[in-house]
Design a binder for this molecule. Structure first.
Ligand code: NAD
Length: 509
């Protein structure tokens, strides 16, 4: 496995790192990473101890003193070089994402491309950390606002985007002058090591200190050290709603800042005025892509009664043609689920649909491929259901598509918004009134709303995130950079008088 070596995944102390150095001790507790492709072991990483964690934080605090004073466009130059390094490692890192997480190689490559794109975006943004100027009400006074870095940005990420989500945060936070402490998922620790090695190369080449990009490894306990730690003013957390509620409570209790990117329950409305073939193709990518393990996966399809049967039949036809298997094979479109627990959750959800009165009309079964015997392969499922079934209200992180029927647009929108999550949404229609209604204040209540584009596969240029239980955070493009900075309002008096605002007289002799 040449690609592991090329990404620097060798040795016994991979794990906690402040840059080029790995701090893990021989004999430390380890996490063993297994590929979901066939269950075989890839490599071990050490779990960060409390002592190592405190060392990392101290190193990051030191590095921040230097990094915050580097001019933002120069910080952008470092991120530009990281983008170039990522281009060199695109195939190897994409392969590792596939190998450790299980998404197909095309999607693994896409994930690294997202990292490259956000680097390019961040380079430009580093020259555009704009503040406003205001007109002061006092004579010979100048007022403006400026943006300052926050300090250490804590990044906690999920298994399903093991590298891209980190870079959405880290590259933007870095040009803003912050230093990073990243804890990736305990299910994909090697992706973290590989990315850490890539950023370390660039820092070394530029004689920058240890402590700018830091990695800690482990599960919930290490995450909790971060959320409880007042030395980390901002926690950007990506994961389940359960996790987000805990993070919000802990960070909120110390009045820290959060960016929360949590679960979705995304739907597409397909109107009787839709291009059905386009709707079908977008639905299949959204529902079976990444084996249904995207936060933006299409989970509910709300279809007008006049085209319900036609679309249902077409979907089954396409699902029948989808190749399921080793995600490294070129013709595979659906790889494995991440682990046995995910398969169990899917089976449980399908039973619950039937118990509630729905019907699983396609797939759902576990696939027993002897060549890949310890991989969790399933056939994506389609079920006819009702929006108010408890199980439809939940995000099951697996490829299950619920078909719901509607007769008028208000009903469709009400079903669409009738869940607790609010991440991504879409309508397929060629009718401009329907499209504009969906995008209006009485339309979709989600952070992302598309017309004739599916729910998954966002571009980095927009701000990414969702409403309601999805957490309200925004990251990646647009002005999401502001969440990584503190706003400061400045007033300068260049007169020889001391006037007060609101004309208040306060004469002292
Ligand atoms: P998860 O919640 O199990 O874990 C996510 C991360 O949080 C892991 O690093 C984990 O170690 C850490 N963690 C867990 N409990 C914690 C706690 N109490 N305090 C601090 N850290 C804690 O999620 P997962 O199974 O890895 O990922 C799947 C979930 O992530 C899905 O719900 C998916 O929708 C969501 N997700 C959301 C987005 C988004 O941008 N909205 C993107 C990707 C994934």
């Amino acid at each position: 496995m040449d690609f592991l070596k090329k990404l620097g995944i060798e040795g016994t102390n991979l794990g906690t790192s402040t840059g080029q150095q790995f701090l893990g001790d021989e004999g430390a507790e380890t996490i063993s990473s297994h590929t979901p492709i066939d269950g075989s072991q890839i490599a071990d990483t050490t779990v960060t101890t409390r002592e190592e964690y405190d060392k990392v934080v101290a190193q990051a605090q030191e590095a921040f003193k230097e990094w915050r004073m580097v001019p933002a466009p120069k910080r952008g130059e470092i991120v530009r070089q990281i983008g170039l390094e990522l281009r060199k490692h695109k195939e190897d890192l994409g392969r590792l994402v596939t190998y450790e997480m299980g998404k197909i190689y095309q999607e693994g490559l896409g994930e690294v491309q997202e990292m490259i794109d956000i680097c390019d975006f961040a380079v430009g943004q580093s020259r555009m950390l704009y503040g406003k100027t205001m007109q002061s009400e006092r004579p010979e006074h100048r007022m403006y606002e400026q943006w300052q870095p926050l300090g250490i940005t804590g990044i906690i990420s999920a298994f399903n985007f093991p590298v891209a989500v980190y870079s959405w945060n880290a590259m933007i936070a870095a040009i803003c002058g912050n230093v990073m402490i990243w804890k990736g998922s305990e299910k994909t620790p090697l992706c973290g090591i590989a990315v850490q090695n890539i950023t370390a190369k660039v820092l070394k080449r530029n004689d920058l200190p240890e402590g700018i990009f830091n990695l800690v490894t482990g599960g919930r306990e290490v995450g909790e050290w971060m959320t409880e730690d007042e030395r980390l003013p901002l926690i950007s957390a990506t994961g389940s709603i359960r996790m987000g509620k805990e993070v919000a409570k802990t960070v909120g209790a110390r009045l820290g800042k959060t960016i929360l990117e949590l679960g979705g329950n995304n739907a597409i409305i397909v109107s009787e005025n839709a291009d059905l073939e386009m709707a079908a193709r977008a639905t299949v990518f959204g529902s079976v892509g990444t084996c249904g393990q995207r936060c933006t996966s299409t989970r509910r399809l709300i279809v007008h009664e006049d085209v319900f049967d036609e679309l249902k039949d077409r979907l089954i036809e396409i699902y029948d043609d989808v190749n399921i298997g080793n995600p490294l094979d070129e013709d595979t479109l659906v790889g494995p689920l991440i682990d046995e627990q995910a398969t169990e959750n899917m089976q449980k959800a399908l039973k619950e649909v039937e118990k509630a009165g729905g019907e699983v009309i396609y797939g759902g079964e576990e696939l027993d491929d002897t060549k890949l015997k310890d991989g969790q392969y399933v056939r994506p499922a389609i079920a006819v259901a009702e929006n108010d079934f408890d199980i439809v209200q939940e995000e099951t992180f697996a490829p299950i598509l619920y078909l719901l029927k509607y007769s008028d647009l208000d009903e469709a929108i009400s079903k669409h918004n009738g869940v607790k999550q609010g991440l991504s949404s879409s309508i397929f229609t060629l009718n401009i009134r329907e499209a504009e209604t969906f995008l209006s204040a009485r339309g979709s209540d989600c952070g992302i709303a598309n017309v004739n584009v599916g729910t998954s596969g966002a571009e980095i240029g927009g701000a990414f995130g969702g409403e309601k239980e999805t957490g309200g955070g925004r990251e990646s493009g647009s002005d999401a950079w502001k969440a990584y900075m503190r706003r400061q309002t400045n007033t300068i008096n260049w007169s020889d008088e001391m006037p007060l605002a609101q004309g208040i007289e306060f004469d002292v002799d």
